[in-house]
Design a protein. Structure first.
Ligand SMILES: [Zn+2]
Length: 470
């Protein structure tokens, strides 16, 4: 399997440290607000990557952090504290905000068929780990104290800009964001590992540390949480492309300084979701959430389908019109599968299954090319095989794509059958349902016979009552 590695800027053959096993780390959300659908694009594409690794047989362990402390409005350690901002906005405590938006995040993930990682760890649960690693970095000469904070000294590394596209001149953080540069820093790129009370007086969450009462910086949490659960060598680290700098650059700096060897081999970055007017953000234009999509009549799985139609390394433009096009394409696809279901008889043809499936695995092996994988879904209909094999293939691909393909098709069939039923029959079905609920089985049987006289067969299945024409 080929995977583009942001570290080498090349597609590389994916080879984990331990054969058959993959350790995978994902930067989780900062839980101060709802996730916008641009953030969720990253989680959808990472979910597809994880599911494909499992599909080809890897034993995957995936870890995600929840940022409930330490993330400032600028990733370069300037601006307000995001959690504090959320708490003030809603007149709640920071922990209440964290709990509410953590739940909201996983609810969105559930709706988008994103699997919950094996380990989910809030930063506030790992304070001791942070202190231990920061102490070690100070001991090794990679960190210093200034103005009450502990900073990582980026000049101590032979190479800090590991992703290669930035230099010191690009790093006019203070100038760019209209925020005064931090005078405590020895080098512009240095970043905070631990804040003490010198930063925000109204910070709710503070812990004792060797450097005074304070709280951790944002970047240190991912290194520590990853090392805690996945050990000293990580196979794969994922995140949105906007996390590449400074967040991932800083994660690598401190992890490798602490460990004394290479930390993570493959970096997987999902590109931006843009609106017609530019990069999507919470503060600009419409705040696009999963709930808003639902309010406008779009099933979350349609958004997932929309994302899978393009490659994760290409920027994707969101508009309501584009989403409407995806919805129509999805509905058509589901209708085609619904038409296939009654024709599917018997077992799948194993030889044909393997032959046709190669189309899908070739797409996915080519740097998770979901756009071609969706084409492989369409190719199934044209394939030279029977309906049972076609359905088996679609189910197989959907283990990775998670588009509810056959489930949606079965729902569509049930809907079509229900709408074809005359009102008289529907009324008897409703009466029978009541009779069964009241445990009046004699009446229920009588009603079933009357329904049969009108030409309809009624059957109880696990999905509910199924009514078909005789
Ligand atoms: Zn991270």
């Amino acid at each position: 399997m080929k995977l583009y590695n942001s570290l080498s800027h090349k597609e590389e053959e994916f080879v984990p440290n331990e054969p058959g096993k993959v350790s995978m780390y994902t930067c989780g959300p900062t839980v101060y607000h709802f996730a916008h659908i641009g953030n969720l694009r990253s989680y959808i594409m990472e979910d597809v990557l994880e599911k494909y690794l499992r599909y080809v047989g890897y034993d995957v362990k995936r870890v995600m952090n929840i940022t409930d402390v330490g993330h400032l409005t600028s990733d370069g350690d300037t601006g307000d504290d995001k959690m504090l901002k959320g708490a003030k906005r809603e007149h709640k405590t920071v922990m209440e905000i964290a709990e509410f938006y953590t739940n909201a995040f996983f609810e969105d993930c559930r709706k988008l068929n994103i699997k919950t990682p094996d380990v989910v760890e809030p930063a506030t649960h790992c304070i001791d780990e942070f202190i231990r690693v920061i102490s070690s970095l100070i001991g090794k000469g990679y960190a210093y104290e200034a103005g009450g904070n502990i900073y990582f000294d980026t000049s101590k590394l032979s190479k800090y800009y590991v992703f290669g596209e930035l230099s010191e001149e690009d790093l006019e953080v203070g100038v760019r964001e209209g925020v005064e540069a931090d005078g405590n820093k020895k080098n512009k790129a240095d970043f905070v590992l631990w804040f003490t009370k010198s930063k925000f007086d109204d910070q709710e969450l503070k812990w004792e540390s060797p450097w005074g009462l304070g709280y951790p910086g944002w970047h240190i949490e991912c290194s520590c949480i990853s090392m805690k659960h996945l050990g000293e060598k990580l196979d794969l680290h994922c995140g949105g492309i906007d996390n590449q700098f400074p967040h991932h650059t800083n994660e690598i700096a401190q992890s490798e300084a602490f460990l004394g060897h290479k930390w993570c081999n493959y970096w997987f970055h999902v590109h931006h979701l843009n609106t017609l007017s530019g990069k999507m953000s919470k503060s600009k234009g419409e705040f696009l959430t999963v709930s808003l999509l639902e309010e406008k009549g779009f099933a979350p799985v349609v958004y997932r389908f929309f994302c899978l139609q393009s490659h994760y390394r290409k920027s994707l433009v969101f508009s309501w019109e584009n989403l409407e096009n995806a919805k129509q394409a999805y509905d058509k696809l589901v209708a085609r599968i619904a038409a296939l279901i009654p024709e599917a008889k018997g077992e799948a043809d194993k030889e044909a299954f393997e032959r046709i499936r190669a189309d899908f695995t070739a797409a996915m092996d080519d740097d998770i090319n979901t756009s071609n994988a969706v084409t492989a879904v369409y190719n199934v209909f044209k394939a030279d095989t029977d309906a049972a094999t076609k359905l088996a293939l679609l189910d197989d691909y959907d283990r990775v794509l998670s588009l509810d393909l056959t489930e949606s098709a079965k729902k569509l069939i049930a809907q079509q059958q229900n709408t074809d039923i005359p009102a008289e029959v529907a009324e008897l079905v409703a009466q029978r349902k009541e009779a069964r609920a009241a445990k009046d089985f004699a009446l229920a049987d009588e009603l079933r016979d009357r329904i049969a006289e009108l030409g309809y067969v009624i059957r109880e299945t696990r999905q509910g009552t199924e009514i078909t024409k005789k």
